[in-house]
Design a protein around this ligand. Structure first.
Ligand code: HEC
Length: 128
């Protein structure tokens, strides 16, 4: 019994570490997805990118939360969905690479990237 207790707490600690790691947003993955999926279409359809520094952190958070895209014509969440990734993966490497990432995780990653480059961040990012 004396040995079991430390073992149990070690296991608990390990499990907590794993779940914390899984929850931490991956801004690098977010950057790749934003540039290769979101920006590619903005370049094509709007003739230019939308910079992370075009909004403040809180505005990006509420933009994604409100879930209205293209002046409310559609939703922003659809562009994070597995269905959307599947529909473009033949031509889009990021969509293919992240085909199986849960939608909410990918959105958190992009949010982390946009936040890190937002107007009121330490490193406002102007181009794509
Ligand atoms: C298939 C093309 C396409 C994809 C993919 C796309 N967008 Fe857009 N987006 C547009 C177009 C077109 C507009 C401009 C609409 C207008 O001004 O009428 C736009 C506008 C925006 C705007 C400006 C505000 C607004 O909603 O009008 C933001 C912010 C934005 N997109 C974010 C994103 C993000 C984040 C992603 C990726 C998860 C994304 N978009 C993916 C086509 C796309």
């Amino acid at each position: 019994m004396k040995l079991l207790k430390p073992l149990a707490s070690t296991l608990l600690l390990a499990a907590m570490t794993v779940s914390f790691t899984a929850q931490a947003a991956d801004a690098k993955r977010g950057r790749v997805y934003y540039r290769m999926v979101c920006t590619v279409c903005h370049m094509e359809k709007m003739g230019g990118p939308i910079s992370p520094s075009s909004k403040k952190k809180a505005d990006w958070a509420s933009y994604l939360q409100t879930n209205k895209h293209a002046k409310g014509k559609d939703t922003v969440k659809q562009y994070f969905s597995k269905e959307y990734r599947a529909s473009i993966k033949a031509k889009n490497q990021a969509a293919a690479k992240y085909a199986e990432v849960p939608e909410a995780e990918l959105m958190d990653d992009v949010k982390a990237f946009l936040s890190a480059g937002a107007l009121d961040s330490d490193t406002p990012t102007s181009c794509d």
